[in-house]
Design a protein. Structure first.
Length: 103
């Protein structure tokens, strides 16, 4: 009898934890990421390029630089429309529009 009660308690506790973790993970999926690679006309990567991200729906700017592989990344972005502006020494500035969605 005690063993049965212990098993039932463990199963109920495990089910409650599973449901709680599912709700917590669902709540964290409300943002998106934007990643890109900056290359020149010969497809060579451009390190240390200045990348500015502008939220066209809510305003606000974020800045970063490309790494040695020409890669940039913006994380935890709200969904919506964005403009990416890229500037690098010796190159003309480039601007592109994009949409960010959840996930």
């Amino acid at each position: 009898m005690r063993f049965t009660r212990l098993v039932i308690t463990i199963v109920i506790t495990a089910a409650a934890l599973t449901l709680a973790l599912q709700n917590a993970s669902a709540q964290t999926s409300t943002t998106g990421d934007l990643t890109g690679v900056v290359t020149d006309p010969t497809n060579a990567v451009v390190p240390s390029a200045q990348v500015t991200l502008k939220n066209l729906d809510q305003g606000g700017l974020r800045d970063t630089k490309t790494n040695d592989s020409g890669v940039y990344r913006f994380s935890l972005l709200q969904t919506g429309r964005y403009e990416v502006d890229i500037q690098a020494s010796g190159f003309q500035p480039v601007a592109r529009s994009t949409n960010v969605s959840i996930g």
